[in-house]
Design a protein around this ligand. Structure first.
Ligand code: AVI
Length: 317
């Protein structure tokens, strides 16, 4: 994920704040990754299904909009993960006759090793050049090594997990590392019936609850804390005005938690909330303003058939 990975410092800062918070990027340890796979399969979690539909049915249109004109391009992916959605896009792009190299970027070496092995089996003729570094640093490396035009993928509505200032910083930073005529292709979750959105973060089986509370388990395991997970609940909330879906962890009683490696204990009131995640939902207009302010020209929006989700292709001008 994006940003510095300073687990201990970030946990200290978050739990000492007046309004306690824990950054959602720490959801994703091995267990969190597994739970997220389960989330993507849930009937309520429409985001993955919507994006999958877009990539599998509109790859030819996406390729046409990229205007590569038969030139080879570098398909760069931020936070590739297991490549579940990228697989379908790559398959369809190959079918449509696109010439490209695939450059997945991830800060996890393991992710890249698995991804490369997996994709090489599936696409033996595809050139795969993983970059194991921070996103923008990797773009610099790519610029040094390749003259090809770039298409930078940032799928899955991951951009929705950034705070507003980080979103602007991210798009400006991305623009800065691209050359004129390069593209970015970013997945955004759209505003829709708030009940549909809330259900996606409040599944009946409790999978999202386990995902949210996993961060406490992680603090127990990595920093020697004694959070009793059963004394905390998951509370998702969606505000249709701002488009912010927020997740909280709620303390179910007045309690004190010790974190051995910090030499500190933390008090929780009964009902006290720890903010863990934001998942922002956008209108098409808001997306256009975001891109315009960061120096991009929106080429095309690719919607799923229900208009729940959009992948927007934008060109650096
Ligand atoms: C990874 N990210 C886009 C997911 C989301 O929808 O914000 C993470 C997630 N949180 C709860 N469910 C899924």
């Amino acid at each position: 994920m994006h940003g510095n990975m300073n687990f201990k410092e970030d946990i200290v800062a978050g739990l000492n704040a007046d309004q306690k918070y824990l950054p959602s990027r720490y959801f994703y340890d091995a267990e969190g990754d597994k739970i997220f796979q389960e989330i993507m399969k849930m009937p309520e979690y429409y985001l993955t299904k919507s994006e999958f539909e877009i990539l599998s049915t509109q790859a030819e249109d996406i390729l046409a909009a990229i205007k590569a004109n038969g030139r080879e391009f570098d398909l760069v992916e931020f936070g590739a993960g297991d490549g579940y959605k990228t697989k379908i896009l790559i398959e369809k792009l190959i079918d449509a006759g696109a010439k490209f190299r695939y450059i997945p970027i991830d800060i996890s070496k393991d992710v890249l090793i698995n991804l490369k092995a997996d994709f090489q089996k599936l696409f033996p003729n595809l050139e795969i050049r993983p970059e194991n570094s921070e996103y923008f640093q990797a773009l610099e490396e790519i610029n040094n090594k390749s003259q090809n035009p770039k298409v930078v993928l940032f799928l899955g509505s991951s951009i929705g997990n950034f705070r507003e200032d980080s979103t602007v910083k991210f798009l400006n930073g991305l623009n800065n590392k691209l050359n004129k005529g390069d593209y970015t292709f970013i997945g955004f979750d759209l505003k829709k019936n708030p009940n549909i959105i809330l259900d996606a973060y409040n599944d009946k089986q409790g999978i999202t609850k386990a995902f949210n509370l996993n961060i406490l388990k992680r603090i127990n395991g990595e920093l020697g804390a004694d959070f009793n997970i059963a004394d905390f609940d998951h509370y998702p909330y969606y505000d249709p005005e701002s488009g912010f879906a927020k997740s909280y962890i709620i303390s179910l009683k007045k309690q004190r938690v010790n974190i051995r490696d910090l030499n500190q204990s933390f008090d929780f009131e009964s009902g006290e909330a720890i903010h863990t995640e934001i998942s922002r939902k956008y209108t098409t207009h808001q997306i256009e303003v975001l891109f315009k302010n960061a120096g991009f020209n929106v080429s095309k929006h690719f919607y799923d058939s229900r208009h729940y989700y959009v992948d927007t292709l934008a060109e650096k001008i």
